[in-house]
Design a protein around this ligand. Structure first.
Ligand code: AMP
Ligand code: MG
Length: 391
């Protein structure tokens, strides 16, 4: 049995590298940028009025100024500002030649028809100068970014309409177990609904993957082998759930070996998720996660998700924040490390969700973070600061 940190290193050390493809910037949300994006022009592209007001010479601020005309946004000025002159100007318009100051409408007073005076006190020029934010050719978005709405604004503003992104990792998902029926079926008394596959498909999608569902493998080695081989051939990552413990029907590891998977670990000193299994084959990797829904969820978050982001070249890090523990937490055994699901309280403390073991599926919707406990660490006192990893 290896430490969780060792399992993590093995997983990350066997990462794949995603191909890249080109997509429209409008479809690039949540994709991983696979190129540096540069500005095609200075930003701002001209000296721009930052307020609605009057453009003039700073040295004329104490004079009554003749209003020469008006420049609206989107219009090139047709005149220069000379001494004793100003012009009306709208936010976003080009500051005309000769002017080095814009004062707000609120800081002006009409002296006589066609003439205004500056009445303001601040010496702020209200001009955004050409290239002040970005110079043409500068990198505006770095390779590895997970594209967010504000990045799409940048892509739009520099006209980068076709974007190179990493291909989405193909993720095949298989459930195992004769006791499972699909959510739209009515379970017999000894049956339960398959929740893990649907949870995993959603997790894989959220982590930027392209999930494909292969169904429930029955507790039959040959059928499971056929399904696993099919999924392995079609995906970068195959995730199985269930069938990795010590039960008589837990033969997933054997099936994986038969399918040409080299198993790199099959037990981790972590709770929940001890039977977590990871292996590689020529075309990709396989994670065989525990059948218990909480274990399955957690191990995806802490192993599969970082793998997927690394595969895409993303500069992703889990969001981890220090928080005080809302109440003392004690676990029964500290033999393994633990990922404890916690809820963030209204006063921003971490509170372990009440959860009766790794099958307690209805506890998880209340968890918005995980806290890590090292092997040997049994108690965390109230008000102790813990690092909470957001999920
Ligand atoms: P196993 O590792 O196959 O023995 O499964 C461990 C526990 O998780 C058993 O109680 C299973 O019924 C349950 N389980 C396995 N797969 C799923 C699944 N896809 N959805 C919900 N529960 C599952
Ligand atoms: Mg099973």
């Amino acid at each position: 049995m290896i430490l969780f940190s060792e399992a993590y290193e093995i997983v990350m050390g066997n990462c794949l590298v995603a191909d890249t493809e080109f997509v429209s910037f409008a479809d690039s949300l949540n994709r991983v940028l696979a190129e540096d994006v540069r500005a095609d022009r200075d930003i701002p592209p001209f000296n721009r009025a930052a307020v609605d007001g009057y453009a003039c010479r700073r040295s004329d601020l104490d004079k009554t100024l003749a209003v020469k005309g008006l420049i609206k946004a989107g219009e090139a000025p047709l005149f220069k500002i000379e001494e004793g002159e100003c012009c009306k100007i709208m936010t976003g318009a080009i500051v005309p030649e000769g002017a080095d100051f814009v004062f707000m409408v609120e800081d002006s007073q009409e002296a006589e028809p066609g003439k205004v005076r500056y009445t303001g006190k601040t010496p702020k020029n209200n001009i955004s100068f050409r290239g002040e934010d970005i110079r043409q050719g500068d990198i505006v978005l770095k390779k590895g970014r997970i594209i967010r709405p504000q990045d799409i604004a940048v892509l739009a503003s520099v006209g980068h309409v076709i974007v190179e992104v990493s291909c989405k990792p193909l993720v095949g998902v298989i459930s195992t177990g004769d006791e499972l029926v699909e959510p739209d079926e009515k379970p017999e008394p000894a049956e339960i609904r398959n929740s893990n596959a649907w949870q995993l498909l959603a997790q894989a999608e959220r982590a930027g993957g392209k999930p494909k569902y292969y169904g429930i493998a029955p507790d039959d080695e040959d059928v499971t082998y056929e399904m696993v081989s099919g999924a392995i051939a079609e995906n970068d990552i195959v995730i199985l759930t269930g069938g990795v413990s010590m039960g008589d029907y837990d033969f997933v590891q054997d099936v994986l070996k038969r399918a040409g998977v080299k198993i790199l670990f099959d037990k981790v000193r972590v709770q929940p998720g001890k039977p977590t299994t990871f292996g590689t084959h020529q075309g990709g990797v396989v994670f065989a996660l525990p059948g218990n829904p909480v274990s399955c969820f957690v191990q995806f978050e802490v192993l599969v998700k970082p793998f997927m982001y690394k595969m895409c070249g993303a500069d992703w890090k889990p969001a981890v924040h220090p928080m005080k523990l809302a109440a003392k937490y004690e676990r029964k055994s500290a033999e393994r490390a633990a990922w404890v699901p916690v809820r963030i309280t209204d006063d921003f403390r971490a509170e372990p969700v009440e959860y009766h073991g790794s099958a307690h599926i209805t506890a998880m919707p209340y968890a918005n973070g995980l806290l890590f406990m090292e092997p040997g660490q049994k108690i965390i006192e109230k008000d102790e600061t813990v690092m909470v990893r957001f999920i």
